[in-house]
Design a protein around this ligand. Structure first.
Ligand code: HAM
Length: 425
């Protein structure tokens, strides 16, 4: 870090430096492979949306809408917000462009930055990245199973290791209505035990109380009726079909009857993925069904489900050994300054033929340049000394076997390309 920089990035909105950036790119590329395997196509929605897209879907009484959105009035006097998550925008885009009656299954994936004005801490940022998917157009539990299998494959392929999938069902809107009344009856006499926020929410949105992280509130809701004991037959059947498919497919999961989500649009099956490396309250990925949202936002009455994983959280726990950091394959080193222009020409020639190549321009000694090439894991060093220059040759050192060969430039290029299996650039 600079000593006393004049400007700093905003709190919770860190720069993503080359090493993390390479890791994120690797994650995105790997995810694309998995999504192709599962039949998803990519969608890119704007970072900025009409604020109502989020208030209407995520819910007025949620933390995100109440206190975390970056909202402002644009020049036309419209309230707009930076997206705090991807689902609402994808559904808005689906209704606007892709719905065609809601009878087709539309499978979309996305990745990119999201914005929430949370209190920044490890794994909790104000600008963070999600990789997510949404499947719109059906309510069949086989869809939920596909989705969870996709998430499981994704996490395994991204090196998440020791994760655990927790699932629950919070029922359809009918179930929620009946359950909400029961929960209100249970919590109303215990209001004094709850935090101020939850006391208010007993009236306005009682399910949110189940999601409060304060120990006193958690304690108070412990004896409350469980939502899973209040599901209708259809929801119960759907939920048990899903569990059976997951068992049969060998996808490990645990049931967590007190699992609720911090966004209001969910119905039916929901899930969160936890990892011991993140602490008890932080999920690495989460999602679930939201069968009423599309119709609520003015689209066809059709089921939908999805998940999103937190890229920065995954980076805290993943095994990074599979991530290749991009680096030049070769370094050209002139043995003395008079040969710099020749070495430069050689580097240009290498690059034109598709060999990633670099040269030091900071005045390092020959020894220091060799040391740096070694440290940065360059496969080849092309040393240009007076002797070689006179003969029209270059000394190619293969660092993987510490052998060296004197070759003409074109021979050197062929040799390196063959060793690296580089196609013509
Ligand atoms: P979410 O649980 O709010 O769900 O976020 C999903 C994931 O994003 C979290 O599990 C976490 O890994 C990451 N995340 C959330 N907030 C932060 C933050 N402030 N800093 C770092 N990472 C964070 C959703 O966003 C839903 N849209 C998921 C979904 C898709 N449901 C259905 N479809």
């Amino acid at each position: 870090m600079g000593k006393d920089p004049k400007f700093r990035s905003l709190k919770g909105m860190p720069d993503i430096l080359p090493e993390d950036s390479a890791c994120m790119r690797w994650m995105e590329e790997r995810s694309r492979e998995i999504f192709r395997l599962f039949g998803f196509s990519e969608i890119r929605t704007p970072l900025l949306e009409d604020t109502r897209v989020f208030t209407r879907s995520i819910g007025q009484d949620t933390d995100i809408v109440e206190k975390e959105m970056y909202s402002f009035t644009d020049r036309g006097g419209k309230s707009v917000s930076l997206r705090p998550e991807g689902t609402a925008s994808v559904i808005r885009a689906y209704i606007e462009n892709l719905a065609s009656g809601g009878t087709e299954l539309v499978k979309l994936f996305y990745s990119g930055p999201m914005f929430r004005g949370e209190r920044p801490q490890k794994g909790r940022l104000r600008q963070f990245h999600q990789i997510g998917v949404e499947i719109i157009g059906g309510k069949n539990p086989f869809i939920d199973a596909e989705l969870i299998m996709c998430l499981d494959a994704l996490l395994k392929n991204l090196g998440a290791g020791d994760f655990k999938i927790f699932i629950n069902s919070i029922g359809c809107s009918g179930d929620r209505k009946a359950y909400t009344a029961k929960l209100k009856d249970y919590l109303s006499p215990l209001k004094e035990e709850l935090c101020e926020n939850c006391r208010r929410r007993v009236q306005s949105n009682v399910l949110r109380v189940l999601d409060c992280k304060r120990p006193r509130c958690r304690n108070t809701v412990k004896g409350a009726p469980a939502i899973t004991d209040n599901l209708c037959k259809d929801c119960l059947d759907g939920y048990s079909t899903l569990k059976n498919i997951l068992y049969a497919s060998g996808i490990p999961f645990d049931e967590k009857p007190d699992l609720v989500r911090g966004l209001d649009y969910y119905t039916g099956t929901i899930f969160e993925v936890m990892h011991p490396g993140l602490g008890a309250q932080d999920a690495v990925a989460a999602g679930g069904r939201y069968d009423d949202l599309t119709a609520d936002m003015g689209g066809p009455d059709t089921g939908a489900t999805g998940f999103a994983l937190g890229v920065e959280r995954l980076m805290l726990i993943m095994d990074r050994s599979a991530v290749d950091l991009p680096s030049a394959d070769a370094v050209v080193i002139p043995v003395d300054e008079a040969l710099r222009a020749d070495a430069f020409r050689l580097m240009v020639k290498f690059r034109r033929r598709g060999i990633a190549c670099e040269m030091d321009h900071t005045g390092r000694s020959l020894k220091a340049q060799m040391r740096k090439a070694n440290k940065e894991g360059r496969r080849f060093v092309a040393l240009l000394g007076e002797d070689e220059a006179r003969k029209g040759k270059v000394l190619i050192k293969d660092m993987s076997e510490s052998a060296q060969r004197e070759l003409a430039a074109d021979e050197a290029i062929e040799f390196i390309k063959e060793a690296l299996s580089v196609k013509d650039g």
